[in-house]
Design a protein around this ligand. Structure first.
Ligand code: AGP
Length: 701
């Protein structure tokens, strides 16, 4: 079986797709290496025959702007007025990051069955059995034109279609095709043999359907009644039997995308499609089918429409030059949102007959609605295991100690991919906590499926309502940080730490012995917005620091305890966006190897805040040893740390942050380091919101 790391951004489809639509511009905010679009245009087969609509395909290497220019040229050449209104129009578009074949127009999506464009499609995901399918199709006389795994799909559509004794509905054909596919896919398919129709389907890769209802003559939106009009009960009848209303009559606009932020400016009404769902769009109507196993036919299903809480403003830069900077500066508000309605400022004892009903020390300070029914199960677990990737893994790493400290339970930490690689033993009395900003990371999702099979309780901590992990977990916490657009995760990291810390508090609230400690942590958490605002005032001085570091080729970050997570997260931020090599090092490991890297040239950031006296002493020792080797240091210390001033004696810059509790201090410490990665990136001339080779949601393994 083949695997692929093909990572692709959201694609967007609109039934009234205009190439210059702002939603397409949103996709442009990502960093594709190629892009493509397919819409129907009148094509004249012969001089004396009337023009018929056929899917045309335009693809370009480079960014979406390059595709837009190419489209302008092509439309002009064809004499097409792009401003003209269209009805019942189905178009598909896609942006791609190449891993299966180099970035070029040829490998870009949409892919086609042949130059006749019988079937035209875009694909997110990876087809793992594509070699076998390709071999089969080549034997059947097909000629392949690209290096991609995707190309087998339109060819397979056409192959099966050509073998049909009589026509079958488009979604039924697609159902037969996808039953042959292994791997993950979200597909949007157009066809010249099913003109004006579109089929979308998914398995393993995210796909949402946005539904925008038409406006009535009195100016109000049409009622969203019966959006899923019953069509044929099974996909076995002919297409003519389906009682469609026309798009002109109901003014329905339908959008398909891999994430909600791509459609939010058009509609907030969305359906999160499930694995093996097939959406059929025709005449401005849609029907959802689902197939359960390869031997059974698809049946029509009703999917609930949900209202997005996301605001359009969240996907705009709002006066900032970049999403990353906006999201860094949003953190005083986003951590407050994560805590909102969940943390009580003071424990108020409920009164009964004029006296406190229960011991006031047992009144909870934190309430997490999503965990209420599961707290006792988690408390009885054999162990808690956090499972995540990248920044989400670092957030769990940072908070693990708080969970251990408050619950006194064994707490594990695992990379999602590694859980699967080593088939880690997980038991039915384990609680597995899956942390994922997007809620769609393939490795984390697969690890959750694996844990589910073992019977473990699966808790999801995500930032995306309706995401795969949010839906499939038994219970969870939504971090409420608002849409994070920058590929580099910043505000999600701090909110994830807050969410896990709240979870630790909830689990420990039945222990009187932890009451004082919980109160200390809660007080510091409630101070977080103000303390974060103080950290953000460091922006100008961090910019200067970045100026002195911008030409370096490497940057080390030393931390220990919870701040080891701060160090590795800071290093990830620096390498991810500025492309400078950076490494987070556990200061306790310094003498076991990393010390060899130290000289007067290598810049080293040392995180030495005072929240933990023992840790602070150890970090002072680390600084002294590094100074003894003439290291080039930058110290991160608390604003009231006078001892550090004496140790450093003005030889090195000290970045000062406010003091907080041990459980909370790392949330403050990461802020100047996020700012440093941002400014380093700008000074090194890179695009901070579009780091090369990376996508926001890694939806393939
Ligand atoms: C962080 O800056 C990265 N973009 C990346 O490490 C990310 O955190 C990782 O891919 C996990 O994503 P998730 O939180 O959406 O699961």
């Amino acid at each position: 079986m083949l695997t692929s790391t093909d990572v692709r951004p959201p694609f967007l489809l609109s039934l009234s797709l205009a190439l210059r639509a702002r939603s397409f511009a949103f996709v442009r905010g990502r960093s594709p290496d190629s892009a493509g679009v397919s819409i129907d245009l009148p094509v004249q087969a012969a001089e004396d025959s009337p023009p018929v609509n056929k899917p045309i395909v335009i693809k370009a290497k480079g960014k979406v702007a390059d595709l837009v220019s190419l489209c302008d040229e092509e439309m002009e050449g064809l004499g097409i007025n792009q401003g003209a209104a269209v009805t019942n129009h189905a178009g598909i578009a896609h942006t791609r990051w190449a891993t299966h074949g180099p970035p070029c127009a040829k490998n870009s999506h949409p892919h086609v069955s042949s130059s006749n464009h019988e079937f035209v499609l875009v694909h997110n995901g990876t087809i793992t059995n594509y070699r076998a399918l390709k071999e089969f199709l080549i034997k059947e006389g097909e000629v392949f034109a690209t290096d991609t795994d995707t190309e087998v799909i339109p060819k397979l559509c056409n192959f099966l279609y050509s073998k049909l004794p009589e026509p079958i509905p488009f979604p039924q054909l697609v159902c037969e095709v996808v039953k042959q596919l292994e791997g993950a896919y979200a597909l949007l398919i157009k066809s010249s043999v099913y003109p004006g129709e579109l089929v979308a389907c998914r398995r393993g890769s995210p796909l949402i359907l946005g539904v925008k209802y038409g406006i009535q003559s009195n100016g109000t939106p049409k009622s969203p009644t019966s959006p899923n009009t019953p069509l044929t009960p099974k996909l076995t009848g002919s297409t003519a039997s389906a009682p469609h209303r026309t798009g002109e009559q109901n003014g329905l606009e339908l959008y398909l995308a891999s994430e909600a932020s791509a459609v939010v400016e058009h509609t907030k009404q969305v359906i999160y499609l499930e694995d093996n769902d097939i959406v059929h769009m025709r005449d401005g109507e849609y029907t959802v089918y689902n197939w359960s196993d390869v031997d059974s036919a698809s049946v029509e299903v009703r999917r609930t429409t949900q209202t997005l809480t996301m605001e359009v403003g969240q996907i705009m830069k709002g006066g900032y030059d970049h999403f990353m900077l906006k999201e860094i500066f949003e953190q005083p508000e986003t951590v407050a949102q994560t805590m909102q309605g969940r943390i009580k400022a003071t424990p108020i004892s409920p009164m009964k007959f004029g006296v406190p009903a229960v011991d006031k020390y047992l009144v909870p300070r934190v309430r997490l609605g999503g965990l209420v029914d599961y707290v006792s199960i988690i408390r009885r677990s054999r162990r808690i295991i956090f499972i995540a990737c990248g920044t989400s893994y670092h957030a769990a790493m940072c908070s693990r100690q708080t969970v251990e400290e408050l619950t006194q339970m064994p707490v594990g930490l695992e990379l999602s991919g590694d859980v699967l690689d080593r088939r880690m033993p997980i038991f039915r009395d384990d609680t597995c906590v899956f942390v994922s900003q997007s809620g769609e990371t393939a490795d984390t999702m697969r690890a959750m499926e694996y844990a589910m099979e073992s019977g473990a309780l699966c808790v999801g901590i995500t930032n995306t309502v309706g995401s795969a992990i949010a839906r499939a977990s038994h219970c969870g916490i939504h971090i409420n940080a608002g849409a994070e657009i920058g590929v580099a995760s910043t505000k999600a990291y701090t909110s994830q730490i807050v969410a896990i810390t709240m979870m630790a508090i909830v689990l420990a609230e039945d222990q009187i012995s932890k009451r004082t400690r919980i109160d200390e942590i809660v007080e510091s958490m409630l101070d977080l917005p103000e303390s974060l605002r103080m950290c953000l005032q460091l922006d100008e001085s961090i910019k200067e620091l970045a100026e002195g570091l911008k030409d370096e080729s490497s940057l080390l970050v030393f931390g220990r305890g919870r701040n080891y997570a701060t160090a590795v997260e800071a290093a990830l931020k620096v390498k991810e966006v500025s492309y400078m090599h950076s490494e987070g090092i556990n200061a306790g490991e310094m003498k076991h190897g990393p010390l060899a890297l130290v000289d007067e040239f290598m810049p080293i950031i040392v995180i030495a805040t005072m929240e933990d006296a023992d840790m602070h002493n150890k970090m002072q020792g680390v600084i002294q040893q590094l100074m003894a080797r003439s290291a080039r240091l930058i110290i991160l210390a608390n604003d009231d740390d006078t001892e550090m001033t004496e140790i450093v004696q003005g030889k090195y810059p000290i970045v000062r942050v406010p003091r907080s509790d041990t459980a909370v201090q790392p949330i403050l410490n990461i802020i100047p380091l996020q700012l440093l990665s941002y400014h380093l990136t700008l000074k090194r001339g890179h695009n901070v919101d579009q780091p090369r080779n990376l996508a926001k949601s890694v939806t393939v393994e």
